[in-house]
Design a protein around this ligand. Structure first.
Ligand code: NAP
Length: 252
């Protein structure tokens, strides 16, 4: 019987995968058989070594997601370098922390531009390509617990991740019949640069851990299996879902 999770012959474009969750997902997709392009502002040397050690091809693409200008080029460069693009993982994201009474317009715009505006317009560029060539495409956006909950001192991040969940469902409605699956993974609390400030605060860190039924913080590789599922034929009838991968956090 064919393996429905096999990604052999597929090409994935993952944003912000030099580190953290993006790296965990890029490596998992490569383990499942995909070749991988990584777009971001820091050279993804470590991820490249990990993917190539698995015998997969790797393409680094320089891009800064504070502007939507580079986005159509990312699709073109992936196709030029690796022959095709089947899977898009919108992972790059940023966060700014401050009390809402003090929160600045600059911190609002910086987060919304990377976490929401660029996500939408890269989905658009990918969909134009897939619809133009025909066949299937898979989009995986990275949402958050703050797609469901309010959070504290992260107003633009919460707004952006609520927005990611919203556009994931909207785009699924528009593109499911066109051969594109649009879904999201909502990670729980993952040990990455994004959560360094939380983990440095002993009280916050302990409070968070106490609420996680799995009894531990997540590591980036925890997102790999769910990403392979949403990138593969196994999820062909899954559209517009926001999949929590949270050690049970939301069930608590
Ligand atoms: P991370 O280690 O800080 O990784 C973030 C990635 O996004 C890095 O590759 C970063 O590049 C890239 N990035 C940020 N701003 C960018 C920009 N303007 N242009 C290009 N690349 C940019 O954090 P992470 O936790 O793995 O975050 C990955 C995704 O998961 C984000 O969308 C985040 O919101 C989401 N998430 C994280 C958690 C968690 O607990 N960690 C939970 C839920 C959701 P640089 O290395 O160059 O900065």
């Amino acid at each position: 019987m064919a393996n429905p999770f096999d990604l052999s012959g597929k090409v994935a474009l993952v944003t912000g995968a030099n580190t953290g969750i993006g790296q965990g997902i890029a490596v998992a997709l490569a383990e499942a058989g995909a070749d991988v392009a990584v777009a971001g502002r820091t050279p993804p040397d470590e991820t490249q070594a990990m993917v190539e050690a698995l015998g997969r091809r790797f393409l680094p693409i320089a891009a800064d997601f504070t502007s939507i200008e580079p986005l159509p080029r990312l699709i073109e460069e992936t196709v030029a370098g690796l022959g095709r693009v089947d899977i898009l993982v919108n992972n790059a994201g940023t966060i700014r922390r401050a009390d809402s009474v003090d929160f600045t317009e600059a911190d609002w715009d910086a987060v919304m531009d990377v976490n929401l505006k660029s996500v939408f317009f890269l989905c658009q560029a990918f969909a134009r390509h897939v619809i133009g060539r025909g066949g299937k495409g898979k989009i995986i956006n990275i949402a958050s617990m703050l797609s469901f909950q309010g959070g504290i001192r992260v107003p633009s991040y919460t707004a952006s991740k609520g927005g990611v969940a919203g556009i994931t469902k909207l785009l699924a409605n528009e593109w499911a019949a066109k051969g594109i699956n649009v879904n999201a993974i909502a990670p729980g609390y993952v040990e990455t640069n994004n959560t360094a400030a939380l983990r440095a605060d002993a009280q916050r860190s302990a409070d968070i851990l106490a609420r996680i039924p799995a009894g531990r913080w997540s590591v980036p590789s925890d997102m790999g299996g769910p990403a392979v599922f949403l990138a593969s034929d196994a999820s062909d009838y899954v559209h517009g879902t926001i999949l929590p991968v949270d050690g049970g956090w939301l069930a608590r």
